[in-house]
Write a protein that binds this ligand. Structure first.
Ligand SMILES: Nc1nc(=O)c2c([nH]1)NC[C@@H]1CN(c3ccc(C(=O)N[C@@H](CCC(=O)O)C(=O)O)cc3)C=[N+]21
Length: 293
């Protein structure tokens, strides 16, 4: 049987329609959720992602501000800007697009962002709170994955989740979030020996390594839930995931495509985090049920 395809695009559109209502309710209370995105340099992929975030913000009626700085910007100058944004009460969320030019330390910049405005969920305080299972800004891609699983009614408790990749923004945090929801979690990475032994046992397989079509149907367990976080641009300009979708969909029970899978959910959770930041800064409690894992 062919897998259920989890359409992240449709799910994102549904959630954003709800968020649009939340934003207009906040407007009635004089609260204008606002996101500031900082882009240093002219990486074309980064520029296209950043434009996507702006478009998505505007579509739900949320204020978004893009600050573009030249690649020659110094770390001190960027820290100065972050300080200014931290102290600007009209700014609720701050996102500094990664990667940064190599002369700027990403760690120093991330740690300079006020945890109250850390809508990316990358600040060590946010990461620590997430691991402890406390309320915080969850990193957007893992948060989007958890939301997809929840929306599809896929239970996590007691399942064996295998994470392929251990990046700070996807692999590591999604493993912790699944662990908090009582999955048994295995992390696999480039030094893992006999990878296929773990893949065969995965009830839930999260693939986030950035290698086109690395995983095929041969490696996955029958009826596995397969989440593909990869975004690989091929020479012909098309975008493919880390999973060979066409073969894997014949064996999985659920699978996410690329594009229209995890990507649109990432942006959606960024919007959700910005609304949360605006509420918290104005001490408005969330009337609806929380989606936070
Ligand atoms: N500080 C920071 N925060 C980020 O969240 C962040 C970042 N830096 N740097 C780069 C990555 C990448 N990222 C994506 C978000 C959405 C799509 C997305 O919506 N993709 C569409 C396709 C997009 C296309 O066609 O180019 C899809 O999968 O359907 C992709 C990639 C956020 N990132």
């Amino acid at each position: 049987m062919s897998a259920h395809i989890i359409n992240g695009r449709e799910l994102a559109d549904d959630l954003r329609a709800q968020m649009k209502d939340e934003v207009s309710k906040l407007h009635e209370q004089g609260i204008y959720p606002s996101l500031t995105v900082v882009l240093v340099g002219e990486n074309p992929a980064s520029l296209s992602y950043v434009k996507g975030k702006e478009r998505a913000s505007k579509k739900i009626g949320m204020h978004s501000n893009l600050i573009q700085l030249p690649a020659s910007t110094s770390e001190q100058q960027l820290l100065g800007l972050i300080d200014q944004l931290n102290n600007d009460t009209t700014v609720h969320g701050i996102l500094v697009q990664l990667p940064l030019p190599s002369h700027i330390s990403e760690d120093i910049i991330i740690e300079a962002i006020s945890p109250a405005k850390d809508v990316d969920g990358f600040h060590p305080i946010s990461i620590g709170r997430m691991i402890a299972g406390k309320d915080t800004f969850l990193p957007c891609t893992p948060y989007g994955i958890m939301t997809m699983l929840d929306e599809k009614g896929i239970t996590v408790e007691g399942k064996h989740a295998v994470i392929l990749g251990r990046s700070r923004i996807v692999g590591k945090p999604i493993g912790q979030m699944l662990l908090n929801r009582h999955a048994t979690v295995t992390y696999c990475h480039s030094r893992t020996k006999q990878l296929d032994r773990y893949l065969q046992q995965a009830d839930i397989l999260i693939v986030a390594i950035g290698q086109a079509h690395f995983i095929t149907d041969k490696q996955i367990k029958e009826d596995a839930v397969v989440i593909d976080v990869g975004i690989n641009r091929l020479e012909d300009g098309s975008i493919v995931g880390d999973v060979d979708f066409d073969s894997a969909k014949e064996k999985a029970s659920y699978i996410t495509p690329v594009p229209k899978g995890v990507g649109p959910m990432t942006i959606t959770m960024l919007l959700q985090n910005t609304i949360k930041a605006a509420r918290q800064m104005n001490q408005v409690t969330n009337g609806s049920t929380s989606r936070d894992g």
